[in-house]
Design a protein around this ligand. Sequence first.
Ligand SMILES: [Fe+2]
Ligand SMILES: [Fe+2]
Length: 254
Amino acid sequence: MHTTKNAGLTFDRFFATTERHRWELETGIDWAAIRPELITENERRVLHGSALVESFTPGYGADLLTAFSEDVEMSSFLMVQLYEEFKHFHALRRYLRHLDIEVSDEQITRKRGERVVYTNLLVPLLKFGISELFTAIAYREIARQTQEPVLKHLSTCISNDEYRHLGWYVSYLKGYIKKHEIGVTEVNEALEHYEHQGSDAIGGDWSDHWNFVGEKYTRLEPYLQLKRLLRSLVGKGVKLRSMGQGTSPQLRDP
Ligand SMILES: [Fe+2]
Ligand SMILES: [Fe+2]
């Protein structure tokens, strides 16, 4: 068994927090109160792209559960995370239907059968941990900017889930980096192989979505936080430049 001891957050504690903050999709979201006339074109676009990325959860799940099959703590966490990511998709798809936007089964399953095999576990840990940071901030900003009250509420619920996932990844990464004595060189190597999680899901259209979310919602905040976080884990010298590829120039490695 290769369970990595989490630096501070056990699955027991993570799950207890998850249960305490669980939101109800049927009864907690006032679907009948949606006001489509308050939704902007930007919001339609970002919600559609985000729904597609969340819809890929069964694909991410197959890759991650295989990679961490011998790690009891991590696979326990993944079961809960995957449920919540799929709930995000289910909620966004339903919300988009109220705007007469359909996410088709063909779009959802287009790339789902393609598997990614991870030999160096630092790669998926960074890839999925970093994604949580970006999505937590993006949903938080969608909630802050929108004039549509139901989207404000839904996006806040999703953002809170993503921040909770982020907390797990940060804690797990701390333990993993310590256990395997990983330094800045290994982190930079893993970042060089960085592939955006969303590109697995939506392929060539991904960079459009990524750039759009960066310009309209996240701006530089996730890069600055990420740099601080990685510096606190492995020291100075982390290079984010390679993961900025596909992002508009002003958003590259600040
Ligand atoms: Fe999500
Ligand atoms: Fe998440």
